[in-house]
Design a protein around this ligand. Structure first.
Ligand code: ZN
Length: 98
């Protein structure tokens, strides 16, 4: 089981700080010597509560071996006002045994 903590964001327009929830899905599973390698792709979208700028984030991550985070990309960030200054903290990914 995978859980991704909400990331703190900063609006590039008004500098307001807030949190964004990540939605994610498994995009690929491959077999490797130590078992399955699972690829995740995540996206998030959150409107700034102060000025209405919409922040968009994306990342990808791989789990290998099972229950371990092998790699985790930096969050890619864009926003509806195209400020180029919005920030989203990198996702914090946790794995749990069921
Ligand atoms: Zn804002």
């Amino acid at each position: 089981m995978v859980k991704i903590e909400p990331s703190k964001c900063v609006c590039g327009e008004c500098r307001k700080e807030f949190y964004m929830e990540w939605e994610f899905e498994i995009v690929d599973v491959s077999e490797r010597p130590q078992g399955e390698c699972v690829w995740y792709h995540g996206e998030g979208e959150q409107e700034c509560p102060k000025c209405g700028n919409i922040l968009y984030g994306g990342f990808s991550a791989t789990e290998y071996p099972a229950g371990a985070l092998e790699s985790n990309s930096k969050a890619e960030v864009s926003d509806s006002m195209e400020t180029g200054k919005s920030k989203i903290n990198d996702p914090v990914i946790r794995f749990f045994d069921i």
